[in-house]
Design a protein around this ligand. Structure first.
Ligand code: NAD
Length: 307
C-alpha cells in the first residue's frame, strides 16, 4: 500500500505526549498527524496504545506496547490489516525496574519509604536485610524483557535461571529449564520473575500449584500481564505467608481496584503498569515506525509483525 497519512492516536498519551512522537516522525515521506477517533478513517496507518474498531479499515496498525493481547488478531487478518508491536525496546527499562524491586526488598527500602510517611524512625530487624549476590532469580520468558532482566540482575551478582519453551541456552542466563519443568525451576529461586506474553498457553500459568512450589521466603515479580497470574491464588499465598512478598506492575483488572487486598500488604510493591516508562519511550517507538516505513518503501517484510 501507499503510505500517505499516518496518524498518532491520542491514546498514546498515557505513555508520552502524542505530539512528541508526531514531531519526531515529521521527516517521513508521509503526512503525520495526531488524531482522535473521528480521524482514523482518513489514515493509511495508525500508531496507538489502545484498539479501536475503526482500525480494521486502515492498512497498518502499530502498537506502542510489546503486548498486543488486547488486539483482535482474527479480525485484523480478515480485514488484511497489518499489526506490528514494540517488542525489542523494553530490555533496559524493565530490567532496571525489576532490579529496583529486588533491591527494595533486599535492602528494606520499601519499609523506610512507608515509615517516612508516618515520620517514624524504625530500623529493620537485625536479620531482615540481605544482599543480592548468592541469590537466584528464575526468569520465566527469555525474550526482550527476560534478557534485559537477566543482564541487569547479572550485573548485581544474582544467579539467573530462565524458563523457555526450547531448552537452548540464552546469553545472560546461568541455566535454562524447559517450560514443562517450570515447577522445578521456580522451586529453588529466591525471586521468580514473569516476563512472558499473555497467550492461551500462559493464561494463569502462575496458579496455586506454582505458588505452592515456590519457597516460603521467595519474592514473586510480575511485569508481564495480569492474567498470566491467578490473582486470588497469589493473594491467598501472600496472606498465608507461603511467599515472602511480591512486586506487581500488572493486574487482572487495571487500574487495580481500590478494595484489592494487595494495596494494604507490607511486603507487596505496586506500580501502575509503568515498568517500561522512560522519557525516551517516544524515540524508541519512533525508531521502529521509521524502520517499517523504510521497509514498506523497499517492499520488505515489516519488523515486529504480529498479524
Ligand atoms: P518478546 O516477544 O521479546 O519475548 C517474549 C518471550 O516469551 C519470547 O521469547 C517467547 O518465545 C516467550 N514465550 C511465549 N510464550 C511462552 C510460553 N508459553 N512459555 C515460555 N516462554 C514463552 O516480548 P517482550 O518485549 O519481552 O515482552 C513480553 C511481554 O511482557 C509482552 O507481551 C507484554 O505483555 C509484557 N510487557 C510488559 C511491560 C510493562 O510495562 N509491564 C512492558 C513490556 C512488555
Amino acid at each position: 500500500f501507499e503510505l500517505e497519512r499516518l496518524g498518532v492516536h491520542e491514546s498514546v498519551e498515557a505513555v508520552f505526549p502524542p505530539a512528541e512522537l508526531a514531531a519526531s516522525l515529521s521527516h517521513l515521506p508521509a503526512e503525520v498527524a495526531v488524531i482522535g477517533d473521528d480521524e482514523i478513517a482518513g489514515c493509511d496507518a495508525v500508531v496507538t496504545l489502545e484498539h479501536r474498531e475503526a482500525f480494521l479499515e486502515v492498512e497498518w496498525v502499530h502498537s506502542i506496547q510489546a503486548g498486543v493481547d488486547r488486539f483482535p488478531f482474527d479480525e485484523f487478518e480478515d480485514h488484511d490489516v497489518i499489526l506490528t508491536n514494540s517488542t525489542g525496546i523494553h530490555d533496559r527499562t524493565v530490567g532496571e525496574t525489576v532490579a529496583g524491586y529486588l533491591l527494595m526488598f533486599a535492602r528494606r527500602l520499601h519499609d523506610h519509604v512507608a515509615n517516612q510517611q508516618e515520620r517514624r524512625w524504625d530500623r529493620p530487624e537485625w536479620d531482615a536485610a540481605f544482599t543480592l549476590p548468592g541469590s537466584t532469580a528464575c526468569v520465566v520468558g527469555t525474550g526482550t524483557l527476560g534478557k534485559g532482566v537477566a543482564e541487569t540482575l547479572g550485573g548485581l551478582g544474582v544467579r539467573v535461571t530462565g524458563v523457555r519453551r526450547s531448552g537452548d541456552p540464552v546469553p545472560g542466563f546461568d541455566e535454562i529449564y524447559t517450560t514443562d519443568r517450570l515447577l522445578e525451576a521456580i522451586a529453588d529461586a529466591e525471586f521468580v520473575i514473569v516476563t512472558v506474553p499473555l497467550t492461551d498457553e500462559t493464561h494463569h500459568l502462575f496458579d496455586a500449584e506454582a505458588f505452592d512450589a515456590m519457597r516460603d521466603d521467595a519474592y514473586f515479580v510480575n511485569v508481564a500481564r495480569g492474567s498470566v497470574v491467578d490473582e486470588p491464588a497469589l493473594i491467598d499465598a501472600l496472606e498465608a505467608d507461603a511467599l515472602a512478598g511480591a512486586a506487581l506492575d500488572v493486574f487482572e483488572a487495571e487500574p487495580l481496584p481500590e478494595d484489592s487486598p494487595l494495596w494494604g500488604m507490607d511486603e507487596v510493591i505496586i506500580s501502575p503498569h509503568c515498568a517500561a516508562y522512560t522519557r525516551d519511550y517516544f524515540r524508541d517507538t519512533g525508531d521502529i515506525v521509521r524502520e517499517n516505513v523504510d521497509r514498506l518503501a523497499d517492499g520488505a517484510e515489516f519488523h515486529n509483525r504480529v498479524v
